[in-house]
Write a protein that binds this ligand. Structure first.
Ligand code: ADP
Ligand code: MG
Length: 254
């Protein structure tokens, strides 16, 4: 049971005019695992990611979640399916507090009257928000405005907000970009714990190889829209095509 595919990408193709950004890509992500999608800039990683989170419509192919075809689902319905995402460039409510940003996450199932919800959150939601903020190390700044935090802390806040929907699939686009080493270690610990202890499945796009190689169960490597390799961190690290297309070029410094 625990080994079956939670997410299955089959023949995914995305064209933007004459450009084929993703070309017949297939891979599966198993339940409770951490799966990384890596490759040089422009490889099609974010485009793939945006199809899975339903921000982009693929030109061809299909995406399924636990066997259910979600290829044409609306992005707004993804939270209800237990799919949460963070953004490569942050998308927080900068003028709202840290606590309010996470509380909004707890209402991702279809909030109405957000102002009222923030003033009088349902029982349990404030506790959940505090628990998540504790986990990412932000419980001491509950009332700070989101945009007053430094970049690393804003990324942690976005993670806490994504976790507020209690996702079964967490999609992270470059969660470690711009983080200091200490923050990357913390992220490593949080993601590993989510997967191993809580069975959350994580798909991340990431350039920071220190993190990718440390936490991933499996890695899919893309270049120019194609999958060029897939395997464990040890297999990927020594794959000649991957070294040629990506790792040999100083992947961490793109
Ligand atoms: P990565 O995340 O691997 O760096 P992307 O998926 O962002 O790569 O981009 C893959 C290719 O698709 C690039 O050539 C990029 O310029 C192009 N692309 C991405 N999004 C769009 C878009 N909305 N419109 C047109 N071209 C796009
Ligand atoms: Mg990208």
């Amino acid at each position: 049971m625990s080994d079956e595919a939670l997410l299955s990408i089959d023949g995914l193709t995305v064209r933007f005019g004459g450009l084929t950004a993703v070309d017949d890509l297939s891979f599966q992500v198993r339940r409770g695992r951490i799966h990384a999608l890596i490759g040089p800039n422009g490889a099609g990683k974010s485009t793939t990611f945006n199809c899975i989170s339903r921000y982009y419509d693929p030109t061809g192919g299909s995406i399924s979640l636990e066997g259910q075809d979600i290829t044409r689902h609306g992005a707004a319905h993804m939270a209800a399916l237990g799919v949460a995402r963070t953004f490569q460039n942050l998308e927080l409510f900068g003028e709202l507090s840290v606590e309010e940003n996470v509380l909004l996450g707890t209402y991702a199932y279809g909030a109405r009257g957000l102002g009222r919800l923030l003033r009088r959150p349902a029982a349990g939601n404030r506790e959940l928000a505090h628990h998540l903020l504790e986990r990412v190390g932000l419980v001491d700044v509950l009332d700070a405005k989101a945009n007053s935090l430094d970049f690393g802390r804003q990324k942690m806040l976005e993670l806490a907000r994504a976790l507020a929907i209690k996702p079964r699939l967490l999609l992270l686009d470059e969660p470690a970009a711009g983080l200091r080493n200490r923050e990357i270690d913390k992220l490593d610990g949080i993601l590993s714990e989510l997967a191993t202890r809580e069975g959350v499945t994580v798909l991340l796009v990431e350039h920071v190889m220190q993190l990718v190689m440390s936490i991933s169960d499996r890695i899919t490597v893309m270049s120019f829209g194609h999958k060029i390799a897939e395997g464990t961190p040890a297999q990927i690290r020594s794959d000649e095509r991957v070294i040629e297309a990506y790792l040999g070029k100083g992947a961490d410094h793109e």
